[in-house]
Design a protein around this ligand. Structure first.
Ligand code: CA
Ligand code: CA
Ligand code: CA
Ligand code: CA
Length: 299
């Protein structure tokens, strides 16, 4: 049940149709659609207000030893009144959201409290992460929590997760005698996202429609992904080279290349025409600069 809260809209709806659910599972309410360009301004103002008036226990994370405890967010008041506000500690990126054909940029804030030790293994936006998290509203209400890590495919989660987690490196692990994994030195931090990178106009459980969301996260480990098992990593199924494999559908069949085992729709599987001569380069028989696996008339 908890898992459902971090699934994207499409996966959630699919889940509701596929899985026999109790009465509370029908509680997803969609309210009137507000223009994304308007809502993102409202949400960013709320997020900035939050970041200006709150801080966290950064002292705990600043020692020579790694801190094994949790992130604790708090208001800038009382004993914390003179602490550095979150707004001076976060970084942000702009994430494009396709709002019915119009691209609307959404600012996504992240704060790395403690970076993981395997920096080259940061997840891309299409990889999988083994993650513990706590999801909160700006008023502090906890709407979801997994204290112990679980796997998420970033292709199936809300964009705020997908684009936020790429900043966190995983830790290392050892296998104990009893077969369990012991993790250490993993990345920990916080994501602050506008509703357009979350559930937007959907109200569910204790999350009202149009809620900016906070996630405290711990990235234990990651896994690079080849969703369609065609031998090309999903992050590299990006022929237009914009860094986003979610918008590439070479044969226009409605299935993006990363999920399409025959990218050019010529009836030959990508895995069977990518690199037949095994020289490590994609084959291009007709030398037109378009590799065979993306070229339906390469003969
Ligand atoms: Ca692939
Ligand atoms: Ca692309
Ligand atoms: Ca396709
Ligand atoms: Ca093909």
């Amino acid at each position: 049940m908890k898992l459902r809260h971090v699934f994207s809209k499409s996966l959630l709806l699919a889940t509701l149709f596929i899985v026999a659910c109790g009465p509370d599972d029908t509680s997803v309410d969609e309210v009137e659609l507000v223009d994304y360009a308007e809502q993102v301004i409202t949400d960013d103002a709320l997020l900035q207000e939050y970041l200006q008036t709150h801080t966290y226990n950064y002292e705990d994370f600043s020692g020579a030893e790694r801190y094994s405890g949790a992130i604790v967010l708090d208001t800038l008041a009382g004993d914390d009144a003179n602490k550095t506000p979150l707004i001076d500690l976060v970084q942000s990126i702009e994430v494009p959201v396709d709002a019915e054909g119009e691209i609307v940029q959404h600012r996504l804030y992240h704060l790395v409290a403690q970076q993981g030790n395997r920096v080259p293994n940061k997840p891309t936006i299409v990889d999988s992460v083994y993650l513990a998290y706590k999801g909160k509203l700006l008023d502090g209400t906890v709407f979801d929590e997994n204290e112990f890590p679980i796997w998420f495919d970033l292709a199936s989660v809300i964009p705020g997760f997908r684009y936020g987690l790429q900043h966190f490196a995983p830790g290392s692990y050892t296998v104990e005698n009893n077969g369990t994994f012991a993790f250490e030195n993993y990345g920990q931090g916080i994501l602050f996202m506008p509703s357009g990178l979350g559930y937007y106009n959907q109200a569910r459980g204790s999350i009202p429609a149009y809620s900016p969301l906070i996630f405290e996260v711990a990235v234990y480990t990651t896994n690079i992904t080849d969703h369609d098992a065609d031998g090309i990593l999903s992050i590299n199924e990006d022929p237009d080279g914009d860094g986003n494999p979610y918008n590439d559908d070479t044969d226009g069949n409605g299935i993006t290349n990363m999920f399409d085992p025959d990218d050019d729709g010529d009836g030959v599987l990508t895995s069977l025409e990518y690199d037949v001569d095994e020289d490590g380069q994609p084959d291009d028989d007709d030398n037109d600069g378009i590799p065979n696996y993306l070229d339906p008339d390469n003969n």
